[in-house]
Design a protein around this ligand. Sequence first.
Ligand code: ATP
Length: 368
Amino acid sequence: MSEIRIQGVWKYFSKGKVAALKDVSLTVQDREFMVLLGPSGCGKTTLLRCIAGLEYPERGRIFIGGRDVTDEPPRKRKIAMVFQSYAVFPHLTVFENIAFGLRMQKRPNAEVKQRVNNAAGMMRIENFLERYPAQLSGGQRQRVAVARGLVMEPQVLLMDEPLSNLDALLRLQARAELKRLLQQVQTTTVYVTHDQIEALSMGDRIAVMENGAIVQVDAPTQVYDYPGSLFVGGFIGTPPMNFLRGTVKSMNGAFALNLGGQPIRAALPANVQAGQDLLMGIRAENIEASAQRSPDAVPARVLVVEPLGSHLLLTVQVGETPIKVQTRMDFNIAPDQTIYLRLEPKQVRWFDPETGVRYDASGSTELK
Ligand code: ATP
C-alpha cells in the first residue's frame, strides 16, 4: 500500500511573508495517478517537494503508505522524483544513468543489470542502453529519467512538469506514451503541470490549486463538466468556460434569468429570488448557433470568426459580454452579423457572482 495522505499542510517562505501552501489536505490512493494543476506560483512544486521531503511544512503531517514521514529525510521515503529539466548525466551511457542510484547503494553487478534491464524494458529504451543522452531524442531522454526513478522501485513517483522541455508535437506523443507506460507500472504517482490538457488527458483525478490551496479534487470529466468555482471553469478548457451575468426575473409564476433583456430558458438553482444576480457558465461547444431568428434563442453580434480546422471558433457579444461559441466549419458567418444562440439546458452551470462558487443542485425553477 502506498497511499499518500496530506493533512492540513502549511508552508511559508521569506520568513513567513509568503504562504505557499495554506492548509492543504489531499489523499492520493494507492496506484492512483493524481495531477496537481494550477497557474504559475499556486504552490504545486512546493507541495510536491513537501511530499518528497525536500521542504518541511511548518504545520500539518504527511503520510506515505500509512507511515508518518513528515520528519523523515527524502532518502527514507521510498520516493522517486522526475524533474522538469530531467537532468540525465551527459557523460554516462543510458545504462549507467539508469543504474546510478543502485550504484550509489553499492548493489551487486548482477542485480544492477537485471533491474536496469527491467526498468529500461518498461520504458521501452532497452535498445539504447549503450548510447549517450546526446544521441537520444527529447522524448527518449525523458524516458531515461523516468526509468532512473522506477529502477529504485519507489512506493511513490513524483513528477514535476516532465514534458515541458519538449516541443509541441513531441510533447503530444510523449504524453500518450508516458500515460500508457505509467498505466503498466501502476505506481502511486503525483504529477505537476500547469497544462490543463495534460491534466485532463493523463490524470485519474486532478487536484486544482489556486493561491496555495486545493480548490477542487475530482475526475477530469467532472472537473471539466462541473467546475466547483469560477476560477476552475475559467482555468480549464480551451477556450475557458463562458460566464454571463444576469438577473433572476419572475415570469408566469416561475423564474427566468434575464440576460440583457432576454429571458433564458434553463433550470435555475433552487431557492433563487427575483432580483438576485446569477452567473451562468456554459462551454463553447454547448451553445448552438443559428443564422435564423427564433423566439427562444438569444441574439448575439459576431465579433471574430476563427477557423481552427476541425471547427469554427466565434467570439460573439451577448449584451455587453463577449463569449466563445464553437460551430461547424461550414457555418457561413462574418463579423458584425447577428446570430441566434441556443444553450443546451443540461450543460448550463450556475455560480454565485459574489463568491464564484458553483451552486450544487439545480432546482425546479425552470421557465415553463
Ligand atoms: P510554477 O508552475 O511557476 O512552477 P508552482 O505552482 O509550482 O509554480 P511554487 O514553485 O510551489 O509554485 O511556488 C509557490 C509560491 O511560493 C510562489 O509564490 C513562489 O514565489 C514561492 N516560493 C517558492 N519557493 C520559494 C523559496 N524557496 N523562497 C521564497 N519563495 C518561494
